[in-house]
Write a protein that binds this ligand. Structure first.
Ligand code: TYD
Ligand code: MG
Length: 454
């Protein structure tokens, strides 16, 4: 039997090490390894005596109807959950401090309670009076939410076990502590243990448990990655500080499509839903200007139009700036390299700034063509046609690859008044009546057709 050793755990990936090190071998992160009390030791003699009880096994063809989902009535939230809250599911909502997690979940608790669900909100960060005051300010004072302020896991579980609510919200997982673990609240072992207990409770009692988790500066939920694996659904609440808009994005969902987004606006009266995000993200667009291209994207199951903005200026630096906000910077470097190598359009000696308007984040490769168009338009100081959207993936050879759901993208563009689209030649479908479709096989022809001689 191995002698019990103090475990050293990486806070980024959850890997355990026998001794402290500056760098985690498993994930390569620096300064993330911390010392923890050893996990409780099992019998340690293997499972030779096998005293367990048999697990009931069943076939795949069971006819159980899927349990009804609980809808909050906040459509943007229900959509991100995959159509509502599944009873007995565990959900983690992550986000930067101050982004609006507590506000969102208080509004959600009130909405669930008003639609006839039993909802309990446990705050470990604020006193009940504070939460009540906020609820009143948000006009939720009359919602039948049951409120508690507690951080001791044992007391919380005892309460939940007695009340058996339909939904329990725990704000936040970093404030909870279990008396079984000798470590401070917020430490890896506490977060892991308390999350595990709450997820187990959810499965056993059929209560949907929503955990709030703060994220670290690196953008990960503080505590080990294992918490993300334990829960059924991981949602991130994102947004730029300077913007009103907040995006709730499903990173993982066992009960619905990942990458689904819900869009909210932070107002004086709390978060309000944004039913038409495309109109919102394009609302700041004025006259056509160089460096602006409209991308017809798909977020989850719904088309969303966004504006990609580029600025290209002579650089005084030896290695020019590449500042990218809202897009994948690796992707942008690739596009710059393809423009240089395949179309002979160099960006050496030029600073490049790229941004997605409205604080939106775009991860689809389908945005490649719009990014290239914005870059070229900025470099050539020529505006793209104002009524034109673009989409298409750029391969390393400079060819344009078709992307999925072309028709949905075009329909959304038409709905918002766009009458022209530039897309890869191989795109399936006929296009829409009343919309001019320009099909291009590769980046070189796109440059020639749109900006004159490349
Ligand atoms: P909060 O929900 O406390 O954030 P989190 O739980 O993610 O830390 O939100 C805090 C911010 O939201 C705060 O800076 C003020 C702003 N806010 C509004 O603008 N309007 C409102 O109605 C509320 C309740 C908060
Ligand atoms: Mg909070």
């Amino acid at each position: 039997m191995a002698k019990p050793v103090n475990a050293f755990t990486c806070t980024a990936c959850g890997a355990t090490h026998r001794k402290w090190a500056g760098k985690c071998d498993a994930c390569g992160a620096w300064n993330t390894i911390i010392e923890e009390a050893p996990l409780s030791q099992g019998p340690g003699r293997g499972l030779g005596t096998l005293k367990g009880k048999p697990v009931p096994l069943s076939g795949l063809a069971t006819q159980d109807a899927p349990p009804p989902r609980a809808q909050s009535g906040i459509a943007e939230l229900d959509r991100v959950l995959g159509g509502g809250l599944v009873p007995g599911s565990a959900i983690l909502v992550g986000g930067d401090p101050g982004i609006g997690k507590s506000t969102l979940l208080l509004q959600a608790a009130a909405a669930f309670a008003r639609s006839g669900q039993q909802a309990i909100y446990i705050s470990g960060e604020e006193a009940s009076a504070q939460v009540r005051m906020r609820a009143q300010r948000l006009g939720l004072g009359d919602a039948p939410v049951r409120l508690g302020a507690e951080t001791a896991l044992r007391d919380i579980l005892t309460t939940l076990d007695a009340e058996r609510p339909d939904v329990a919200i725990i704000d936040s997982i970093q404030t909870l502590w279990s008396d079984q673990i000798e470590a401070a609240p917020g430490s890896v072992s506490q977060v892991r243990a308390t999350a595990h207990e709450l997820v187990t409770f959810a499965k056993r009692r059929g209560t949907a448990v929503i955990l709030v988790g703060h994220v670290t500066k690196e953008g990960q939920i503080a505590g080990p990655r294992v918490v993300e694996h334990m829960v059924d659904t991981v949602l991130y609440f994102e947004g730029e500080r300077g913007h009103q808009f907040r995006i709730l994005r499903a990173h993982k969902n066992r009960f619905g499509p990942a990458d689904e987004i819900g869009v909210f606006e932070m107002t004086g009266g709390g978060l309000s839903e944004v039913a038409n995000p495309s109109a919102l993200f394009l609302s700041e667009r004025g006259e056509p200007s160089p460096g602006s291209a409209v991308f017809a994207g798909i977020e989850g199951t719904r088309p969303v139009l966004t504006e990609v903005q580029a600025l290209v200026a002579p650089s005084t630096l030896a290695s020019p700036r590449r500042t990218v906000v809202g897009l994948d910077s690796g992707r942008v470097s690739t596009i710059l390299a393809v423009l240089e190598a395949r179309c002979a359009i160099p960006f050496a000696g030029l600073d490049v700034f790229l941004n997605v308007a409205g604080g939106m984040r775009v991860a689809e490769p389908a945005a490649d063509l719009a990014i290239a168009a914005a870059l070229l338009s900025a470099r050539e100081d020529t505006s793209l046609p104002a009524d034109c959207v673009l989409f298409g993936e750029i391969s390393l050879s400079g060819a344009l690859r078709p992307v999925s759901q072309a028709e949905n993208r075009l329909k959304e563009a038409q709905k918002l008044g766009f009458s022209r689209a530039i897309l890869p030649s191989a795109t399936k479908g006929e296009g829409l009546a009343g919309m001019r479709i320009d099909r291009t096989p590769d980046l070189t022809s796109f440059v020639g057709d749109t900006f004159g001689a490349g």
